[in-house]
Ligand binder design. Structure first.
Ligand code: SF4
Length: 355
């Protein structure tokens, strides 16, 4: 199946204007964000001990009027929409409709999922529409997986990945893409290279390795034993190079910089023609965060947060227009900061380690 592959004029105009305003560090913007997160639900089917979402008291699914308002105001302008934030998107009541809505636009649609609750229809739709699907898996060992993700079943996840691959062999949508994201700490850093081999075995061409949050205050953060961490990360990179698996790694672990923290330029993947490079170009690494200009995230309850790493609300999409929130006093103050190692009252994991 050959999907439309070009970027629309409003999208390109917004990408150029946003870049210009970001470079000038304007605090009041005419441009829209270039990428947004839409949280279909803050509920999850699992209760993983390491997940900050686990103890959330109030959970909600995004209702249709709110989703349609976000669609009207943002979808024509953005180059990427990530249909997740906290929670498991595939269990949201309106998720099937969100997938169908994404089909009307040319932005790159993506989800992060634990992969345990994918129905046959959802998998068919994800491939047909051309989603990028990231499976969040932190170990390749089924018993450890059960401990890390209570309620989850590794064999169900791998069966779903194989099923998606089979649907893709039939539909052949070049925009459909699968990726594994592994969040590593000292307890599972040795899983990095295994994760690359596991991905390759399932026909997945991309692995993203992330440093768990918590920094030096955590007893299991990668920076607790930087030499050991870097040893396994470098081993994962070498294996990925050999197997032609795209990989990204944290850049800085406990004072050690990884010179080769990705192999993005080593080979091309079919999805590349559908993914505007500006979406991943700038990161918060070294404390210069671009996200107050380039991103906005819409929670299921209507609150707008500046990125996927904070729950600090900048406004309520139910009672205000996006433009009012985007140029509100809170956003203007956020864009006035000279450094982002601490942001909105917390230490930012991405500013220290990034990808
Ligand atoms: S919390 Fe981190 S990633 Fe988010 S806007 Fe602040 S510095 Fe950027």
């Amino acid at each position: 199946m050959g999907r439309r592959s070009s970027f629309t004029d409003p999208m390109m105009t917004n990408l150029a204007l946003n870049r210009n305003e970001r470079e000038q560090r304007k605090t009041v913007l005419k441009s829209y964000p270039i990428k947004i997160f839409v949280e279909p639900t803050s509920r999850c089917n699992l209760s993983c001990p390491m997940c900050g979402n686990r103890n959330q008291k109030r959970t909600a699914d995004m209702d249709l009027p709110l989703f349609r308002k976000i669609e009207r105001e943002l979808f024509p302008h953005v180059a990427g929409v990530d249909f997740y934030l906290n929670g498991e998107p595939t269990i949201a009541e309106n998720f099937p409709l969100m997938i169908q809505t994404a089909e009307k636009y040319l932005f790159m649609p993506r989800i992060f999922t634990n992969g345990n609750c994918l129905s046959e229809q959802t998998m068919e739709d994800l491939v047909r529409v051309g989603f990028s699907v990231t499976f969040s898996i932190d170990t390749v060992d089924p018993a450890t997986y059960r401990e890390m993700r209570p309620g989850g079943d590794m064999s169900r996840v791998t069966a779903n990945i194989r099923r998606l691959a089979a649907i893709q062999r039939r539909i052949r949508n070049p925009r459909f893409h699968m990726r594994i994201a592994a969040t590593l700490g000292m307890q599972n850093v040795a899983e990095g290279p295994k994760m690359v081999r596991f991905a390759k075995g399932l026909g997945i061409r991309e692995v993203a390795i992330l440093a768990m949050s918590g920094g030096s205050r955590s007893p299991v953060h990668l920076s607790c034993d930087p030499e050991k961490s870097v040893f396994y990360l470098k081993r994962a990179k070498r294996l990925a190079d050999r197997l032609s698996v795209r990989i990204s790694l944290p850049r800085l672990i406990g004072g050690i910089y990884l010179d080769e923290y990705n192999n993005w330029d080593s080979f091309r993947l079919p999805v590349d023609g559908h993914f505007h490079p500006d979406l991943e170009e700038a990161t918060p690494f070294n404390g210069m965060c671009p996200f107050p200009w380039t991103q906005a995230a819409f929670r299921a309850d209507g609150s707008v947060v500046p990125c996927s790493h904070t729950l600090k609300s900048m406004g309520d999409m139910r009672t205000a227009s996006f433009r009012e929130i985007w140029n509100s006093r809170g956003y203007r103050l956020l864009r006035s900061k000279s450094t982002y190692y601490r942001c909105l009252g917390s230490r930012c994991n991405l500013a220290f380690h990034s990808y």
